[in-house]
Design a protein around this ligand. Structure first.
Ligand code: ADP
Length: 167
């Protein structure tokens, strides 16, 4: 059975099979959730990321989780919010491609941060709508797989945005 949970938490503490990193195209670390994940995973994560040669917006790449509780990190690059019509498409791609990559690696639980809603400036409510729909669409399409999705919200605003959609 597939599940979705919305929780206020620090994603580096998630004990899911994998956690998703809202990275930048270089995959060489940054601020926000990216910095927190690299700090918690340790320097070996950056060493493996260097071998990946970056990632395009909307795409996803996987590494090991090193010192994290999660065995793997899926690095995806959200769109920098522009107000143009491809923002929601690219944000949706991040969630769909991350879930596909988790499934391709035989993983059955995944935690997501609210991709693009920090430095990349995506309005939280709009991002939550796109993200929640992407996740529920994927879970419907993969109903027989068994994936537990944790939406790891760093603040109350994000929790409330997801809760108002899911209720
Ligand atoms: P982006 O560049 O994709 O906007 P940010 O890291 O700036 O990425 O922010 C993405 C989201 O991650 C924001 O909602 C931010 O509050 C949240 N965030 C920051 N640190 C953490 C953390 N340790 N756990 C979960 N979410 C976090």
């Amino acid at each position: 059975m597939n599940t979705i949970k919305i929780q206020k938490m620090d994603i580096t503490q998630a004990d899911t099979d994998c956690i998703v990193n809202a990275a930048n195209k270089s995959l060489l670390g940054g601020g926000g959730v990216d910095g927190a994940i690299h700090r918690a995973a340790g320097p070996e994560l950056l060493a493996e990321c260097r071998t990946l040669h970056g990632c395009e917006t909307g795409q996803a790449k996987i590494t090991k989780g090193y010192n994290l509780k999660a065995k793997y990190v899926i690095h995806t690059v959200g769109p920098i919010y522009s107000g143009r019509e491809d923002d929601p498409m690219l944000l949706r791609d991040c969630y769909i491609n991350s879930l596909n990559l988790a499934k391709a690696n035989g993983l059955h639980s995944i935690a997501f941060p609210a991709i693009s809603t920090g430095v990349y400036g995506y309005p939280v409510k709009e991002a939550a709508e796109v993200s929640y729909k992407a996740v529920t669409d994927w879970l419907t399409e993969n109903a027989d797989y068994g994936m537990d999705v944790l939406l790891a919200c760093f603040n109350d605003k994000t929790v409330e945005a997801y809760r108002s959609i899911s209720e």
